[in-house]
Ligand binder design. Structure first.
Ligand code: DCP
Ligand code: MG
Length: 396
């Protein structure tokens, strides 16, 4: 296998039980007892749980009531996003000491392309991962786990292998052996539905995918089948994209059951809140051009492939308000999330209504997000909103 990605060195860093770790750091009385972060009301779900709580089956996204049944002594504390954001910024500063090519995936997780640092300073990727972890620990008192590989998807899988507080490296000559037994459900894009379909075809590991062959995979999974074949061989050309180069920011959610319009619309405010948080903390120097919603309809054609539908709306007058939220970002994040969410929810709901009316189907996956303007535009260069007006943006 010879391709450009053979030369890359990528580290994926993921903090250990991040929100819970911050709470344990700041409240040492929680340290050795089962702890979760989330709401306590009947309808709340958990954001995460520490490792002692995980032994009871307590984990992110389960209802708090269920968690207390699994582990009656569980302590549940409410989230404190300001603190998590602060820790996240310190971590990001550490990353910048090694590379500019950083692609954050969330507050606690990022890809780093450390190829240049490694070559220039003649240090191994493993040593770099050790240095990063040490700096993070020294400055935040929090532990991280690292995965190292020549591709993003393998680095991400690897960071999970030695959790918590571990490093796992997949060297280039170990890739074929690693893939042989790797479960298909670990591959990016393989969710429960695709996994089920694969099981029915007898496909359990990457080796099974390799043997099944590219043509069969494309026949059964369309274009995605081609990508699956490449991934099963360890081929992934995607680069570590820093926020200045990516064109959009979005979140998506695959629902356990297919949802009709009514149920979907009930989910939207929470999803817009989640999106607003990501938007405000990640890309404060980028201007959105349009917003979109994306849905996946289940079992669209004879082969059982899903159809993906996207609906766009160009932002015009309200973009100024979004910029204000962006600039105010530092002062009160929670208030900004709520304001931005209120501003955006009607747009996202309208787009969703339109799309659901047209397609008259239940949906399996729902995503929403923004597309950005010219990647080089930087909000920090805009002194006030009058300057902003004078910039001649093209809102079609
Ligand atoms: N999070 C959330 N809701 C989820 C998943 C995660 O609010 N359904 C938040 C809380 C987590 C943080 O994001 O602390 C990071 O998510 P991770 O998936 O990395 O989980 P953790 O860091 O908590 O645990 P791990 O040690 O497995 O990485
Ligand atoms: Mg984590």
């Amino acid at each position: 296998m010879i391709n450009g990605s053979n030369l890359r060195q990528i580290i994926h860093i993921d903090m250990d039980c991040f929100y819970a770790a911050v709470e344990m750091r700041d409240n040492p009385q929680y340290k050795n007892r089962p702890l979760a972060v989330g709401g306590k009301s009947k309808r709340s779900v958990l954001c995460t749980a520490n490792y002692p709580a995980r032994k009871f089956g307590v984990r992110a996204a389960i209802p708090s009531t269920m968690a207390l049944k699994l582990c009656p002594e569980l302590v549940i504390v409410p989230p404190n996003f300001q603190k998590y954001k602060q820790a996240s910024e310190i971590i990001h500063q550490v990353f910048l000491e090694f590379t500019k090519q950083i692609q954050p995936l969330s507050l606690d997780e990022a890809f780093l392309d450390i190829t240049h640092f490694s070559t220039f300073h003649d240090v191994s990727p493993f040593e770099i991962a050790q240095m990063i972890k040490k700096k993070i620990l020294d400055r935040t008192e929090l532990t991280a786990s690292a995965g190292i590989a020549n591709t993003k998807f393998l680095a991400k899988i690897a960071s999970d292998w030695k959790k918590p507080n571990g490093i796992y490296e997949i060297k280039i000559d170990q890739v074929p052996t690693f893939l042989k037994d790797l479960k298909v459900k670990k591959l990016p894009g393989v969710g429960p539905v695709t996994n089920e379909k694969m099981k029915n075809l007898g496909l359990d590991t990457c080796l099974d995918l390799q043997n099944y062959g590219q043509a069969n995979l494309i026949q059964n999974f369309g274009k995605f089948g081609g990508r699956l074949y490449e991934l099963s061989l360890g081929i992934d050309h995607s680069e570590v994209k820093s926020s200045r180069t990516s064109k959009s920011l979005s979140i998506e959610n695959t629902f356990k059951e297919n949802l009709n319009t009514e149920k979907l619309l009930l989910e939207i405010p929470q999803l817009v809140d989640d999106f607003s948080l990501r938007f405000l903390r990640k890309r404060k120097n980028r201007l959105p051009k349009s917003i979109f919603v994306r849905i996946k309809l289940p079992n669209h054609d004879k082969k059982g492939l899903e159809k993906s539908v996207i609906n766009f709306l160009n932002l015009s007058e309200d973009i100024e308000k979004i910029v204000k939220h962006n600039i105010n970002n530092e002062t009160n994040l929670e208030q900004n999330i709520s304001d931005l969410s209120q501003l955006l929810t009607p747009y996202f709901s309208k787009l969703t209504h339109e799309i659901m009316e047209k397609h008259q189907s239940e949906i399996r996956l729902f995503g929403l997000g923004v597309r950005y303007q010219n990647p080089e535009l930087d909000l920090s260069e805009i002194k006030n909103l009058k300057d902003f007006d004078q910039l001649n943006f093209q809102f079609a």
